[in-house]
Design a protein around this ligand. Structure first.
Ligand code: C2E
Ligand code: MG
Ligand code: MG
Length: 749
């Protein structure tokens, strides 16, 4: 490739050298042929004007490559008027001047090009002049007045000049190209044909000028020249305008093209952007889909995915009678305590560890999901019978009973599992899960690792649910009634007050005892409005009785307070409001709390109890002896009274363990300066014993069952009623010496 280039460079250099040599010869011959006698002032004027103006007097025909230059006209004119020698010199000079000028303007780049231009002009002018003189006698033809002869000569001259110039140029281009022959013809046709037109035009104009000059006198010629110059200038202006317009059009076209290109680019960018957004959307859709079906903490399937899978299993069991599956519902025991004591992040960590162990315990075809908090659920596919599910629960037990190591701390957990066998007998997936959930609650209540669901559980659960629903409307429907059981001062055998005990007058079930609905209300939170209602009703009732008769002004009403209230921050204010609104004396109100209620969160409960005491209200510990009272705490509780549980009183016989317990409680109360109320006094014998032991107050069927307000009112009015319970000469009430206190054991009733 580079060889070829080198050789073509060499050839073109050789060609240039040949041209130079030939043109030197031409200049020498021309100098010899120079007809100095023909030279006149006109020669200098025309030559100088032509040479000086030629670089500027070039017109391109619009939308063609054809240029009219003054130089060709000048050469032809000099040739025809002053002979070939003058034409070669003036042509050479003119071309040299024009080329130098163009070089300065940057149109021509190298000196070589200048040399080529100059030599080609010299040679072609010389050849044209030689051929013209060979064929014609120019002076003669000019002098003759035949247009044909003159025209023919002009065209011949133009043709010769064209041939000389075009062949020389084409040859040069061909020598510089890789394929010289092809290039020669290509260049010749492409560029030089235009030049022919130009030469003919220049030649004809020259003819016209010569004719004008010979036929007009000088003044007329100058006038014609002036007009021609004017026409020329106008044309030039027109051409310039056309050029400017076409340049503008081209510019506009270019801008349009660029704009279109920009639009295409923008469009491509837009499409790429759309693609990117589409991709991002697809990815986020995938993420959302994953998030919709997975738990964010453990990445286990969540309830949604579990339910979908469960529905699928149920559907399968309908089509394939052999297919059985089991659903297990797992709840970590005392997770709330772990969470509260170790903090929520530790709680989360524990859940994560449990989740990993559970995930490791299931087979590929099974599913473990996390519901919320500490609840997990499993679907075991293709189990043979309930035994399989139980074995699985055992396996889970082994896995979870290993301690968890949470940032250096060893944490032990236990759990409760409910198992429900799934099959075609179930209508909806939710039902299978519900049954496993019910069984789980049974496991929790019974403190078992797992319990398998049976239909009775469902019936009980439904009844409970119904009760719960009914209870919500019980207050508005006026179905709740307060019963009052008298509390007797065992010393004076006078009425001391009443314990308010709630009853539910159920529209279909009749009178429902509190043991059936208080636990439900505690679970559902309904206990809060319920107790407030009880307190308000009881206080209102007691105020009525007190206002009726001044003798009743110190009667006390006892209201049972559930432990759940201590979770309520505004308990004290609520009680205060009721006191204020009912106008009861605070000292006539007593609140009964069970041991378990005060022992849970003892510190915070003590603080609240103090605030209640500060209101002037009395406090007593109910069912004392059945809970987990710690004696070390007992003296710190701001209480007034201990109520000995009726299970001890009912069965107290001389010398029995329960008799001892009652005796000890009374002695303990005396040491702590507390009153004692014995609950559940049913026999006169029990009453006697309690009086002997120095028990201040008593309550029980012996005096009265809990009764509605109207009946309680009768009890208030009948002042001698309770005194009649014991013989008039009543037994002396001895004082009991307590030397040492015994620990109260948990009741075994
Ligand atoms: P409690 O506070 O220990 O109430 C005493 C219970 O013993 C009452 O049962 C009463 O009828 C019963 N009783 C009284 N004397 C005798 C007796 O001589 N023999 C026997 N066998 N029983 C006797 P009741 O009314 O069924 O209440 C049961 C429990 O329900 C109450 O035990 C109390 O813990 C709860 N309770 C009742 N009303 C309310 C209430 O308004 N609010 C709250 N939080 N709990 C209530
Ligand atoms: Mg009570
Ligand atoms: Mg009680």
């Amino acid at each position: 490739m580079s060889n070829q280039k080198a050789s073509s460079n060499f050839l073109s250099d050789l060609y240039l050298a040949a041209l130079t040599l030939f043109s030197i010869a031409v200049w020498v011959i021309s100098a010899l042929n120079f007809r100095s006698e023909a030279i006149d002032i006109g020669f200098f004027v025309v030559s100088a004007a032509g040479i000086l103006f030629s670089p500027y007097l070039r017109i391109q025909l619009p939308r063609t490559k054809i240029h009219f230059t003054v130089s060709d006209i000048l050469i032809f004119y000099i040739l025809l008027i002053y002979g070939s020698g003058a034409a070669v010199f003036i042509g050479t000079l003119e071309m040299l001047y024009m080329s130098i000028n163009f070089r300065r303007r940057g149109v021509i780049k190298t000196n070589k090009t200048i040399l080529v231009n100059v030599t080609i002009v010299a040679i072609s002018t010389y050849l044209t002049a030689s051929m013209l003189n060979l064929v014609f006698v120019p002076e003669q033809i000019i002098a003759e007045e035949t247009i044909a002869g003159f025209g023919g000569m002009l065209i011949f001259m133009a043709g010769m000049q064209f041939l000389g110039t075009s062949l020389c140029i084409s040859l040069r281009e061909a020598l510089r190209a890789e394929k010289p022959f092809g290039t020669f013809w290509e260049v010749w046709f492409k560029y030089c044909v235009n030049v022919l037109v130009m030469f003919i035009a220049a030649s004809l104009i020259t003819g016209l000028l010569i004719k004008a000059h010979t036929q007009l006198n000088s003044i007329l010629f100058l006038l014609a020249f002036g007009v021609s110059a004017l026409v020329y200038m106008t044309y030039r202006r027109y051409v310039d305008d056309v050029r400017v317009t076409s340049a503008k059009a081209e510019q506009a076209e270019r801008e349009r093209a660029e704009q279109a290109e920009r639009h295409v680019e923008e469009l491509q960018h837009h499409i790429a952007e759309q693609d990117r957004i589409g991709q991002a959307l697809r990815e986020s859709k995938e993420k959302f889909r994953h998030a919709a079906f997975h738990d964010s903490l453990t990445d286990l399937p969540n309830r949604n995915l579990f339910m979908e899978t469960l529905k699928f299993a149920l559907e399968k069991s309908r089509h394939d009678k052999k297919f059985k599956f089991a659903v297990l519902f797992l709840d970590i025991n005392r997770f709330k305590t772990i969470n509260d004591s170790l903090g929520h992040s530790m709680g989360d960590r524990l859940i994560l560890h449990v989740a990993r162990r559970l995930a490791g315990a299931v087979r590929d075809k099974d599913l473990v999901a996390r519901f919320s908090g500490d609840e997990f659920a499993f679907i075991l596919n293709n189990v043979r019978d309930v035994e399989d599910a139980m074995q699985f629960a055992d396996r889970i037990k082994d896995k979870i009973s290993e301690p968890f190591s949470l940032t250096g701390k060893q944490v032990f957990t236990s759990f409760s599992i409910g198992i429900a066998m799934g099959g075609a007998e179930y209508e909806a997936a939710e039902d299978v899960l519900r049954d496993a959930d019910i069984a789980m609650y049974h496991a929790k209540d019974g403190e078992k690792d797992y319990v398998v669901f049976d239909q009775n559980m469902h019936i009980r659960a439904v009844t409970l649910l119904q009760l719960e629903t009914d209870l919500r409307t019980a207050i508005e429907r006026d179905e709740l009634v307060m019963y009052y059981q008298p509390i007797i001062n065992l010393d004076s055998m006078q009425l001391f007050g009443f314990e308010s005990l709630i009853r539910w007058n159920h529209p279909t079930r009749g009178l429902v005892p509190p043991s059936e609905f208080i636990p439900v209300s505690e679970q559902t939170g309904f206990i809060i409005p319920l107790t407030l209602w009880v307190l308000r009703t009881s206080c209102e009732q007691m105020v009525k009785w007190q206002r009726k008769n001044p003798a009743n002004k110190n009667l006390v009403v006892s209201v049972n307070l559930s432990g759940k209230h201590f979770a309520q921050k505004n308990l004290v204010e609520q009680i205060q409001t009721i006191l204020a609104e009912t106008g009861i004396k605070p000292s006539c109100v007593k609140l009964e709390l069970t041991e378990s209620a005060v022992m849970e969160n003892a510190e915070s409960v003590i603080a609240m109890m103090k605030q209640i005491r500060d209101l002037g209200i009395q406090l007593s510990i109910d069912d004392f002896g059945t809970g987990y009272s710690s004696l070390s705490y007992l003296h710190r509780f701001p209480i007034n009274t201990l109520k000995v549980d009726r299970s001890f009183v009912n069965t107290m016989e001389d010398g029995t363990e329960n008799g001892e317990i009652v005796r000890t409680v009374i002695a303990l109360a005396k040491t702590l300066r507390l009153d004692v109320i014995a609950e559940g006094i049913e026999t006169i014998h029990q009453l006697h014993q309690l009086r002997i032991l120095g028990c201040e107050y008593g309550q029980g069927y012996l005096f009265s069952r809990p009764v509605p307000a109207a009946e309680a009112e009768k009890l208030i009015e009948d002042k001698s009623r309770f005194a009649n319970t014991v013989p008039h000469n009543g037994l002396p009430i001895p004082t009991v010496e307590v030397s040492n206190l015994q620990l109260i054991k948990q009741s075994t009733h």
